[in-house]
Ligand binder design. Structure first.
Ligand SMILES: Cc1cc2nc3c(=O)[nH]c(=O)nc-3n(C[C@H](O)[C@H](O)[C@H](O)COP(=O)(O)OP(=O)(O)OC[C@H]3O[C@@H](n4cnc5c(N)ncnc54)[C@H](O)[C@@H]3O)c2cc1C
Length: 641
């Protein structure tokens, strides 16, 4: 058994600090520090007010905290857009004043794509809350296929409810209800679904992401004729939609029209009796139990949640079932696993012990989480549920344990899904043991596995529909046989010692293992990736090489990663809808040298990143800076500093 780490261990200290912070904030909603009246505040403490702020738009300082608390900003200027036109006004204000605008939904994201973690209220960055007012929704059942048009701040629960009321639904979707449509579209939100054997696709549905249902969006974009940001509506067949379907927050969508299909009744069965050894067995290994692929073939919709150091995952299987089975309990609302949305006392005691250094309790924590599921499934009669799709597909509430997560999508042939999963599971078990042998327990929460079809644009019934260029489920032209993607997420309490080392090692293995004609890797934008010892989203190789390659190799030059970035730059040449991190992940073409690498001495970008000393007058229409202006800008920056 590992000994308790010495108290002077800095990694342990930071773990305790982080965990204390996370645990203390676990259940609290993000709070508003200075409501509405903050414009009267002089902004003491180094928080200058946004200059020349448009009248009539509410602005205040508010805390920002992402899901896991790993990005935690005490106060940052935030505005509430009452109408889409307010977003236009804010965009033009930002452009004129050297600020950046960040659309903010529920902040239930992990990757740093909303705001840079070191932002403060002194940063020239304005968050724009969409959730308060941009929530209108209407359904057109007369259209063929039927469509739903919604403003992007609507919650997914309200979005699905509107569909259900009109007899419509989707095949898969993210599990929480408290995400915004805008947030989900930005990162190719998804659930789990492939066609069961013999299942015919239903018109209006997709087995891919929610983004692949898009038929049109209205976004705030730069108009070179009027030299201003304006609202513009794009149809799915317009070239720009290739970049707007999934854009990571490099655009601001105010409204979206999605297609939908007939709603379905689903049965969701939960099992705790199938072993990981059987479910994740290697093909040809001689295992006689039912495998993950067997369940996929039968029902098409499968998820496993495996807690560390336990033998049997929580297996969920959804089956299209028009009539209520005798054994099922009928449900008429979502979130039917309340036990996974709150933590029993014994489990929270283990969390407290682990976060204060008793990492060797991780196996007990894994077992306790599994036991809590068993007890909860029984107490809530939740092992076999039946109802409308929304009520079975939404099942996570914001009170669930706030863990961090990595995320990858591995594309492959449907026939290789079992191999992909078995190799991942074998690696997981090997790493678990290797780290345990060293007295380390980097992963203390679940491994989640789901499987989707790809984002075939034909699913969207608009002739000439664009492929979502930046979707993790975008088809691979060089590998037409790849029709499926397996999503892997491993969860752990934020700040767990050796987690970064573990995530880095696993990421190296994933990119090395799923290669060639067999399989290909893309990151799950909303989660953790690009790991180094310094944490997620820090690896130059993954950010600068692997990610662009996964959207470029074998793809046409006018439809690759760079093409998507260039399109987004044309729509927002001044990059007012960006962050330093997004600039690094998606550099401008002008900043790339012949090798496609960003020059480290790119002064103009550096200057813009350092608090925008440049005003719009310093920028050319394409957002670049003339060399001759740089000396002048440096001088001004020096004066300000
Ligand atoms: C517990 C939990 C479970 C989850 N489960 C799933 C799941 O099952 N499947 C899945 O796919 N994802 C899942 N996610 C991830 C989630 O879908 C994404 O993180 C999503 O982006 C969060 O939406 P949000 O409204 O909180 O967006 P935010 O976190 O506020 O923003 C995320 C990104 O979207 C951008 N954005 C927000 N609104 C707009 C807009 N109007 N226009 C343009 N850009 C915008 C932001 O700028 C930012 O870049 C889960 C997250 C959590 C916390």
């Amino acid at each position: 058994m590992a000994s308790n780490p010495p108290s002077h261990d800095p990694s342990r200290r930071s773990f305790i600090r982080t965990s204390a912070l996370v645990c203390a904030s676990v259940w609290l909603p993000v709070f508003r520090v200075l409501p509405g009246t903050a414009m009267a505040d002089t902004g003491g403490g180094g928080c200058p007010e946004p200059p020349n702020f448009p009248t009539g738009i509410a602005v205040f300082k508010q805390a920002y905290r992402n899901w896991s608390g790993e990005i935690s900003i005490d106060a940052i200027w935030t505005a509430t857009a009452a109408t889409p036109q307010d977003v236009v006004t804010l965009a033009n204000w930002a452009h004129a004043n050297g600020w950046r605008i960040r659309p903010r939904g529920m902040a239930h994201n992990w990757s740093p794509i909303t705001v840079d973690p070191d932002a403060t209220c002194a940063s020239p960055t304005l968050l724009v809350d969409t959730t308060t007012n941009l929530t209108a929704v209407s359904v057109d059942t007369a259209a063929s296929p039927p469509t739903v048009t919604a403003q992007t701040g609507i919650s997914m629960e309200a979005f699905h409810s509107a569909l259900q009321a009109a007899g419509l639904g989707v095949t898969n979707c993210p599990a929480p209800g408290d995400l915004t449509l805008g947030g989900v579209l930005a990162i190719d939100g998804h659930g789990t679904s492939v066609p069961a054997v013999g299942e015919l696709p239903m018109p209006g549905h997709t087995y891919g992401t929610i983004s692949n249902l898009l038929r049109a969006v209205t976004a705030v974009v730069w108009d070179s004729d009027t030299q201003a940001y304006v609202l513009r509506t794009f149809q799915r067949s317009d070239p720009e939609m290739a970049a707007l379907c999934v854009h990571l927050g490099r655009a601001f969508l105010v409204e979206a029209t999605l297609q939908a299909g007939a709603n379905t009744r689903l049965r969701c069965e939960s099992f705790r009796t199938y072993s990981a050894a059987d479910l994740f067995a290697a093909p040809g290994s001689g295992s006689t139990g039912k495998t993950f692929s067997d369940f996929l073939d039968e029902s098409g919709r499968v998820e496993t949640i495996l807690f560390p150091f336990t033998d049997n995952p929580w297996l969920k299987v959804w089956t299209i079932t028009p009539e209520p089975p005798l054994e099922s309990r009928e449900v008429s609302s979502p979130f039917n696993y309340p036990f996974s949305d709150s933590i029993p006392l014994e489990v929270s005691q283990l969390v407290a012990a682990i976060t204060t250094g008793a990492v060797w309790l991780t196996p007990a924590f894994g077992a306790a989480q599994a036991l809590a599921v068993d007890a909860g499934l029984t107490a809530n009669q939740a092992r076999d549920l039946w109802g409308w799709s929304k009520d079975l597909l939404l099942y996570i509430r914001p009170t669930t344990l706030r863990v961090t997560a990595n995320g990858y999508a591995v594309s492959c042939r449907r026939a290789d899904v079992q191999r992909v999963i078995s190799e991942f599971h074998a690696k997981y078990i090997q790493l678990q043991q290797t780290y345990r042998d060293r007295g380390n327990y980097p992963m203390n929460s679940a491994v989640e596995i789901r499987v989707c079809g790809l984002d075939h644009p034909e699913d969207c019934l608009v002739p000439g529909a664009q492929v979502p260029l930046l979707s993790a489920l975008r088809p691979w032209p060089q590998h037409p046989a790849w029709d499926t993607a397996v999503w892997f997420d491993i969860l752990s309490i934020p700040g767990t010692p050796t987690a970064n080392e573990y995530y880095t090692e696993l990421e190296e293995w994933i990119y090395a293992n799923y290669v060639g004609d067999y399989a290909g890797v893309r990151v799950e934008w909303s989660k953790g990736w690009a790991y180094t010892a310094a944490g997620g989203h820090t690896s130059d190789e993954t950010l600068g090489v692997r990610i662009p390659a996964s959207f470029s190799v074998g793809m046409a030059a006018d439809a690759d990663f760079r093409a998507a970035v260039d399109m987004l730059d044309r729509l927002d040449p001044f990059r007012i809808f960006s962050t330093r991190f997004l600039d690094r992940l998606m550099p401008r073409s002008a900043d790339l040298n012949a090798d496609g690498i960003v020059e480290s001495g790119d002064l103009s970008n550096l200057l813009l990143d350092w608090g925008s000393p440049a005003g719009p007058a310093d920028l050319n229409t394409d957002g670049s800076v003339n060399g001759g202006d740089i000396g002048e800008m440096l001088l001004r920056w020096g004066e300000r500093a």
